[in-house]
Design a protein around this ligand. Structure first.
Ligand code: MTE
Length: 330
C-alpha cells in the first residue's frame, strides 16, 4: 500500500511460508524416492503423509458463539492458515508474513479501552467489562483489501452499535474514532515511519451502528491471534480492509470527521469512506476485480473474482449513502 518501504530485505528475497512448505514437501519426497524405487516399506509411510490433510494452526483459546447469523455469507471460508499468516498489520512490519512472525512479544492481556468524547458515559473499561453484557456471535464475512485481494473469514464478535449505545453518545456525536495500541517494545514495525502512528480510523456514527459492523474478539472459533488484531478489532465488511482497525485501545465520539491514518498518508489514494467500489479505481490499480486468497503460495495469479459494490453488502448498506457522490467521497 505505501510508497515508503523501510530499509529491509526485499520481500522477493523472503520465501513465503506456503512456498517453503511445498519446497520442504518436495525435498521430503525426493528423499523418500530411492526407498520407493527400491520397493521398501517406506512406501506406505509416504502414502500416509500424502493423504493426511494439512493440520490447521491453533492459537489463543477456543470461544463459543451463536452461529447461523442472517448476515453471514455461505461462501467457503478461507483456510485459517492463510487468514492468520497473510496479514496487513504494519505495526509488525510491511510484509504479509511479518505480523505472524514478529508479534510473539505482543501482550493482549490484560486489556482496557478508553471511551472518550461526546458521550454521557466515558472512562476506561476492561475488555471483560466491555464484553460482559453481549452474546458473542459468529459472522462469516468477505474481507476485501484495498490492495485487491480478498478472503472469507468467520469472525466472532459483538455488534458495534450495541456496545456504543451503552455509552450514551450525545446529540453532538456524529463520528466515532478508533485508535490502535502503540507499544514500541512489542511492535517492531513502529520503528519505521510508514504511517503517522498510532494507527487511527473512524466511521460516521450511522455507519458504526449499522448491524453489519462488529467488534471482533475471535476468528475460526478461537480468540484473535496478535496478527489479526488481538484482542479487539473492528470489522466493517462493506469497506476496504484498512477501515477494520486492529488492537483498539481508544474509542472517541466526535463532532468532526476524525483524521484517519491512510487518509493522512495519501489523501488521493485512501478516502475517509473507503466503501468497496469496483467503479472507482485506485490511482495505481483497478478495483474491478479481486484475488481470492486460497493457499498455494496465496495464488498470486488465480481465483480472480468480480468485485461487487459495497463488497456485496449493497442491499444492507446502500441506503446510508443515497445523498453522497461516491466518486468524490471514495
Ligand atoms: N490495523 C492496524 N492497526 N494496522 C494495520 O496495518 N491494516 C489494515 C487493517 N487494520 C492495519 C489494521 C488492512 S490494510 C487490512 S486489509 C486489514 O487490517 C487486514 O486484516 P487481517 O490481517 O486480519 O486480514
Amino acid at each position: 500500500m505505501p510508497a515508503y518501504r523501510p530499509p529491509r530485505i526485499p520481500s522477493s528475497e523472503i520465501t513465503p511460508e506456503a512456498v517453503w512448505t511445498r519446497r520442504r514437501e518436495l525435498l521430503k519426497s525426493m528423499l523418500l524416492a530411492p526407498a520407493l524405487l527400491a520397493g521398501c516399506s517406506r512406501d506406505s509411510e509416504a502414502e500416509a503423509a500424502a493423504a493426511a490433510p494439512e493440520a490447521e494452526p491453533e492459537w489463543g483459546r477456543p470461544l463459543s458463539a451463536t452461529t447461523g447469523s442472517p448476515y453471514s455469507t455461505r461462501e467457503a471460508p478461507t483456510r485459517a492458515r492463510d487468514a492468520t499468516t497473510y496479514n496487513n498489520y504494519y505495526e509488525f512490519g510491511t510484509d504479509k508474513a511479518d505480523p505472524a512472525r514478529t508479534s510473539g512479544k505482543f501482550k493482549s492481556e490484560p486489556w482496557s479501552v478508553e471511551i472518550a468524547g461526546e458521550a454521557e458515559v466515558t472512562g476506561t473499561f476492561t475488555l471483560e467489562d466491555i464484553l460482559k453484557p453481549h452474546a458473542l456471535e459468529e459472522r462469516i464475512y468477505r474481507l476485501r483489501c484495498v490492495e485487491a485481494w480478498s478472503m472469507v473469514i468467520p469472525w466472532i464478535g459483538i455488534p458495534l452499535g450495541e456496545l456504543l449505545k451503552r455509552f450514551k453518545p450525545t446529540s453532538k456525536a456524529r463520528y466515532v474514532a478508533f485508535t490502535t495500541v502503540e507499544r514500541r517494545g512489542e511492535m517492531p514495525g513502529l520503528r519505521y515511519p510508514v504511517l503517522d502512528w498510532p494507527y487511527r480510523e473512524g466511521l460516521r456514527i450511522d455507519e458504526a451502528v449499522h448491524p453489519l459492523a462488529i467488534l471482533a474478539v475471535g476468528l475460526y472459533g478461537r480468540t484473535l491471534p496478535p496478527q489479526n488484531g488481538a484482542p479487539l478489532r473492528l470489522v466493517v465488511p462493506w469497506k476496504y480492509g484498512f477501515k477494520s482497525i486492529k488492537s483498539i485501545v481508544r474509542i472517541d465520539f466526535t463532532e468532526k470527521q476524525p483524521a484517519t491514518s491512510w487518509n493522512l498518508s495519501a489523501r488521493e489514494e485512501y478516502g475517509f469512506y473507503a466503501n468497496v467500489n469496483p467503479d472507482v479505481s485506485h490511482p495505481r490499480w483497478s478495483q474491478a476485480t479481486e484475488r481470492r486468497i486460497a493457499g498455494d503460495g496465496f495464488n498470486l495469479f488465480g481465483n480472480r473474482l468480480k468485485t461487487l459494490p459495497f463488497n456485496g453488502y449493497a442491499e444492507q448498506v446502500g441506503s446510508l449513502y443515497t445523498d453522497l457522490d461516491l466518486r468524490r467521497n471514495y
